[in-house]
Design a protein around this ligand. Structure first.
Ligand SMILES: NC(=O)c1ccc[n+]([C@@H]2O[C@H](COP(=O)([O-])OP(=O)(O)OC[C@H]3O[C@@H](n4cnc5c(N)ncnc54)[C@H](O)[C@@H]3O)[C@@H](O)[C@H]2O)c1
Ligand SMILES: O=C(O)C[C@H](O)C(=O)O
Length: 313
């Protein structure tokens, strides 16, 4: 019986569970929340679409019952507050660190062999919180951000070029914040470098919009995004369950890679059944390296705030 659990049945968690269920890659998807009845209701609603959309993954909802998540192969953690207009992701740190810590303890108690995918914000620091709490190998606790950020980047490039996002390859590095590092030198359309297709000014504007992509949606909706984040997390679930061995940008624990230590940061990796099978270290020019260092500094500052709160002690 193959099982994936999603913790937090809010906007992102419910979307992720719904997308995973439609992929027919496991027998069970378990959705868990602390709000009485909400996960049960959303799971039932999803299950009632199975004959319409032709999927057969059983979707179960539970209220804080971790027994139901027992022996999950992958657990996605989405529990925690989303930001509101005017807030930064870092403003969520104290509330969400406590939630992510408590949730991770329960997750590993019932699924000690799971791959954990963290979605809660501030992402890089919440992935660190889950990693330090779980006590699992670093390859098995992974943050979701790069797939979302690069899918935004590709959507904006596709609009600019009036083409499908599916023929665009694009890469981003760094933290999941406004200092993230989209890499035009590693962006191409069917193998053609993007700089040959879009003027520098337009490309710079697209990169800036990508960096602020989460905030643009918060301003529009009053809360943060969920369709693309839920789908991006589901893509990571699929890559693990199917042992894809494919390249993805994710937040990984760095232990000397890129000359950085003891933090989570967005880097390209190979994702498969063991989680992070390999971190890929790409060549960076001085400008790209400076931007990566600036982004790492920003994540380290938030990490210091976390450490000062003594939540991980
Ligand atoms: N990494 C990313 O790229 C990315 C993208 C979007 C959202 N997010 C983050 O994901 C998180 C969830 O966003 P959302 O829009 O789904 O929020 P939401 O408010 O819709 O849902 C969060 C859910 O978590 C639940 N929850 C709170 N404490 C819990 C606990 N201890 N155990 C189980 N469930 C608990 C809440 O009851 C709620 O249903 C936020 O922190 C948001 O910032 C990250
Ligand atoms: O922007 C947010 O607060 C949520 C998420 O990190 C996003 O990028 O959509």
């Amino acid at each position: 019986m193959r099982k994936v659990s999603v913790i937090g049945a809010g906007n992102v968690g419910a979307t992720c569970a719904n997308v995973v269920a439609r992929k027919n890659i496991v027998n069970n998807v378990v959705l868990l929340d602390i709000k009485e009845g909400v996960a049960e209701g959303k799971a039932l609603d999803m299950w009632q679409t199975s004959s319409v959309d032709f999927f057969h993954t059983r979707v179960h909802g539970v209220t804080n019952d971790y027994e139901a998540t027992k022996d999950s192969e992958v657990v996605v953690i989405t529990s925690g507050l989303p930001r509101k207009p005017g807030m930064s992701r870092d403003d969520l740190i104290s509330t969400n660190a406590k939630i992510v810590k408590e949730v991770t303890e329960n997750v590993v108690k019932y699924s000690p062999n799971a791959i954990i995918i963290v979605v809660s914000n501030p992402l890089d620091v919440m992935a660190y919180t889950a990693f330090k709490t779980a006590g699992l190998p670093k390859e098995r606790v992974i943050g979701m951000a790069g797939i979302l950020d690069s899918s935004r980047y590709k959507a904006f490039l596709a609009d600019e070029l009036s083409i499908s996002p599916n023929c665009i390859q694009g890469l981003l590095l760094g933290g999941h914040g406004d200092t993230m590092v989209p890499l035009p030198r590693y962006t191409s359309v069917a193998g053609i470098p993007v700089q040959q297709l879009i003027d520098k000014d337009r490309l710079d504007a697209i990169i800036e919009r990508t960096r602020k992509g989460g905030g643009e949606l918060v301003k529009l909706m009053g809360t943060s995004a969920w369709y693309a984040p839920g789908a991006a997390a589901a893509q990571m679930v699929e890559a693990v369950i199917d042992d894809q061995q494919c390249f993805y940008p994710v937040a990984a624990y760095l232990d000397g890679e890129y000359g950085l230590n003891d933090l989570y940061l967005g880097v390209p990796i190979i994702l498969g059944r063991q989680g992070i099978e390999k971190i890929i270290q790409i060549d960076l020019n001085k400008e790209e390296r400076d931007m990566l260092d600036k982004s790492a500094e920003s994540v380290k500052e938030t990490l210091e705030t976390l450490k000062g709160m003594n939540i991980l002690d």
